[in-house]
Design a protein around this ligand. Structure first.
Ligand code: SF4
Length: 262
């Protein structure tokens, strides 16, 4: 494993201590710029567009992480889509491992299975959080949610990434943001069934995320949507769990953070 500290990463920022990015563990979270999806409801558009951007070397990022490492267990890299900067991503993970600083976690939209497989094969990541944005069996819907026409190829890649993660990692989070108007409850149930068929069982957690309207959303229409209350999110997640047969289902809400569905 080669730790290349002089490679540069474009990042929007970082958070020393996050309790919501790795299920059950505190993380140091860093946001990599840019994305290859175009989700109209994207809550991190400032990250994707690069309107907030610093170009830092891996050495500079490592120094920042080292100061906060005593607080957390994982380095969580999110975005944007971190696999669009594969060299910087690999270098950062490799240096964190080499220095024995933290465990590594990746949040990805799943569109680059080759990069994900490479990172896992090199034993550089310990946890993955992957977005499943719509039912994989309905590519047209997937395309609508990610803001891209002809999403067939992307859906195939997301499925491949999920299979790789489920086969090779002991700790996998699969996540769907429940965006009102783009997804229905039946879509979440369908996603749950698909994930169970893909092998989401022990060590695999399906997390249904509440959509939170905010000023950083790309499309004005989604800034004005109302948030679904936590009680309703929990009711929906209970249905998903019982009708999909998935073992581990959680909801993530602004009100309470992460809740396990019993
Ligand atoms: S929601 Fe995620 S995948 Fe979609 S554009 Fe934003 S960062 Fe990219």
């Amino acid at each position: 494993m080669t730790c290349l500290e002089n490679i540069t990463a474009s990042i929007a920022g970082w958070k020393d201590l996050s309790l919501v990015d790795v299920l059950g563990y505190p993380s140091f979270t860093v946001w990599f710029n840019f994305c290859n999806f175009n989700c109209p409801w994207c809550q991190n558009w400032h990250v994707v567009s690069g309107s907030e951007r610093k170009d830092l070397t891996i050495k500079e990022i490592l120094d920042i992480i080292a100061d906060a490492a005593y607080l957390v267990e994982y380095l969580h890299v999110t975005g944007g889509e971190p696999t669009l900067q594969p060299k910087a991503l690999e270098a950062l993970y490799a240096c964190v491992k080499r220095k024995n600083l933290l465990k590594n976690s990746l949040n990805t939209n799943g569109s680059r299975p080759e990069i994900i497989k490479d990172l896992i094969t090199k034993k550089l990541i310990d946890h993955i959080a992957m977005d499943i944005k719509a039912p994989l069996s309905v590519p047209e819907r997937y395309g609508k949610v990610i803001g891209l026409e002809n999403a067939y190829e992307y859906v195939e890649r997301v499925e491949r990434s999920a299979r790789i993660a489920l086969e090779k990692l002991a700790f996998v989070e699969l996540r769907t943001t429940f965006v009102p108007g783009l997804l229905m409850v039946d879509d979440l149930i369908e996603i749950g069934r698909e994930l169970r068929e893909l092998g989401c069982a022990d060590g695999c957690y399906y997390v249904i995320q509440q959509f939170n309207p905010s000023e950083t959303i790309r499309d004005e229409r989604y800034k004005r949507l109302r948030r679904i209350p936590e009680e309703a999110m929990v009711r929906i997640a209970k249905r998903v769990k019982s009708e999909s047969g998935l073992k581990n289902v959680y909801v993530r809400t602004i009100e309470s953070g992460v809740l396990e569905i019993k």
